[in-house]
Design a binder for this molecule. Structure first.
Ligand code: 6GU
Length: 239
């Protein structure tokens, strides 16, 4: 998977992605992250990339041409025109299914806006996906791009070890993950649930499934509607 990030703050992207699991995957050659500085495509004396908005109003807008040229350079090098995700609070709200879906692409471009946004005309020409990471406002698209790259990466085969595998985690089957415990057996007077010490695998699986359902019902009832539960489990939730 090759990520390309169009940004005015390339160091933010490089520092963020060369760490932890994504950093390991980059070193292993499973992922690549290229941060392209949009300013490098501003062919004017002061490398200016923003200007006032027509019609007036507060703030500056990123101009179309540098963004366009930066994308064209990526497309040229890749030998194709990869999907372009524009990070905006006006987009579709990102979720695990979108992460799984995007992980199938070979190349993905993230376009990070700043100031009041980007000239609409270049968005019309290059953007394929408008994506938000939630209903709140951020100062720029870099953090959302990193959030997306992190979650997409972990769906790319080989990025997670078997140990880290995403099969039983939160959102698998639209249920949250069950509670987990490590040593010591008792901490601050709280004991590890007996069943987990029993070595009885079927009982442990049953307990974990119940805990997932209880937790989802309590914390994310909106998710539970999409979860596929047996009739018995639905009755269990209702009581
Ligand atoms: Cl994708 N961008 C910005 N600037 N703010 C956001 C966002 C994106 N998602 C939520 N808030």
């Amino acid at each position: 998977m090759n990520f390309h990030v169009l940004t005015l703050f390339p160091e933010m992207i490089q520092n963020g992605m060369n760490t932890s699991i994504t950093g390991r995957a980059i070193n292993a050659g499973i992922l690549s992250v290229e941060a392209v500085n949009i300013r490098d495509y501003a062919f004017n004396k002061h490398q200016k990339v923003d200007d006032y908005t027509y019609g007036g109003g507060a703030g500056m807008l990123m101009q179309a041409e540098p963004v366009y040229l930066a994308y064209e350079a990526i497309a040229q090098k890749a030998g194709k025109r990869p999907r372009v995700v524009y990070l905006t609070p006006q987009g579709q709200v990102f979720n695990q299914q979108m992460a799984r879906d995007m992980a199938k692409e070979e190349d993905l471009v993230f376009l990070c806006g700043h100031y009041e946004g980007i000239d609409e005309r270049v968005l019309e020409e290059i953007v394929t996906d408008y994506v938000s990471i939630g209903d709140y406002v951020l100062t720029g698209g870099e953090l959302p791009a990193m959030v997306m790259m992190d979650s997409i990466s972990r769906m790319v085969p080989g990025v997670l070890s078997n140990q880290e595998s995403g099969e039983t985690e939160s959102f698998a089957g639209n249920l949250l993950e069950y509670p987990q415990y490590s040593r010591p057996e008792e901490w601050h007077g709280k004991k590890v649930p007996e069943v987990l010490m029993s070595g009885h695998h079927a009982n442990i699986e049953k307990w974990r499934r119940e805990q997932s359902i209880i937790r989802t019902a309590k914390r994310r009832p909106d998710l539970l509607k999409k979860a596929d539960l047996t009739n018995k489990e639905w009755n269990f939730v209702r009581q």
